[in-house]
Design a protein around this ligand. Structure first.
Ligand SMILES: [Zn+2]
Ligand SMILES: [Zn+2]
Ligand SMILES: [Zn+2]
Length: 283
């Protein structure tokens, strides 16, 4: 039996398994909803799924006909969704504890993957859904790029932002907080100077969650669709942008995997981007 929970711990559940499939989805909707390079989903029999707490905190956002993306209204973590017609529950692997008895099987929607993300492993790749899914892709929003300005928005379009000035750094973080908060294998964060950041619309839709006991860690997300959005730290003078929310190229590529010692048991890091057990020390 596998335990799962959201970042704030309000929504908790158990899944008996066995997990029947596990995949990385690079579609624009998953990237926005999780704020990451891709989402990692796993499926198991719906009959073995039990919600233990937090039912009243789950928001269900209808992202496409017949499909909802569920999230915790307190912290924004993605929450599993039942698919009764298929007898399955589909769960974000980043919120599940321990070894799942399965590892990722393929990448899908690589036709819509982020330009800054390079798939370095040998898993099969599908441009959209594997043929047996019988569903089509949905393109992301088109923005008119302005030189020196980076644009982004949430999945429902209610929240949009822009940032002037160059990015400072871009990292994959595999720590347990990022995995819970982004509901994914890792966060993919781009940091900019805070003074170049502004909300274009929807600031009032943004919910900020500060993790109790943490010095800085928290999440910001659209209260309507649950998408992760930038979180501004005025005291540090930086804004942490979840790269999946970007609508234009950030002008930088990921430079490190950090906290790889805390990665999920099923998370295999391929490629030659430098890896650090925890946070790299500044020289
Ligand atoms: Zn929560
Ligand atoms: Zn997807
Ligand atoms: Zn939204």
């Amino acid at each position: 039996m596998t335990q799962g929970r959201c970042l704030c711990g309000t929504v908790r559940y158990e899944i008996d398994g066995p997990f029947s499939s596990m995949l990385h989805c690079h579609c624009s909707m998953c990237r926005k909803h999780h704020g990451t390079a891709f989402a990692t989903w796993t499926t198991a029999p719906l009959a073995g799924f039990r919600l233990l707490s937090g039912a009243e905190s789950i928001v269900r956002y209808a992202s496409s006909p017949g499909f909802h993306r569920c999230f915790c209204r307190q912290c924004g973590s993605v929450v599993p969704e039942g698919m009764p017609a298929m007898g399955l529950v589909i769960a974000p692997a980043g919120n599940l504890e321990g070894d799942l008895g399965i590892t990722p099987q393929f990448h899908m929607f690589v036709g819509s993957k982020a330009a800054w993300y390079t798939i370095a492993d040998d898993l099969p790749q599908f441009a959209e859904y594997p043929p047996e899914f019988g569903l089509a892709a949905r393109p992301g929003p088109v923005v008119e790029a302005r030189p020196g300005v980076t644009h982004g928005s949430c999945l429902c379009g209610g929240v949009a932002y822009e940032i002037s000035g160059p990015p400072m750094r871009m990292m994959y973080c595999h720590c347990s907080r990022c995995r819970l908060g982004r509901s994914a294998a890792h966060a993919t964060n781009v940091f900019f100077k805070a003074d170049g950041f502004s909300w274009v619309r929807g600031e009032s839709l943004v919910t900020d969650y500060a993790l109790p006991g943490a010095q800085f860690f928290g999440t910001a997300f659209c209260s309507r669709c649950g998408s992760e959005v930038p979180r501004v730290s005025l005291e540090r003078g930086v804004v942490n942008v979840p790269a999946g929310s970007l609508d234009s190229e950030p002008g930088i590529e990921p430079m490190a995997h950090i906290f790889v010692e805390s990665r999920a048991p099923w998370d295999v890091i391929a490629g030659d981007i430098p890896q650090f057990a925890e946070m790299p020390t500044r020289k």
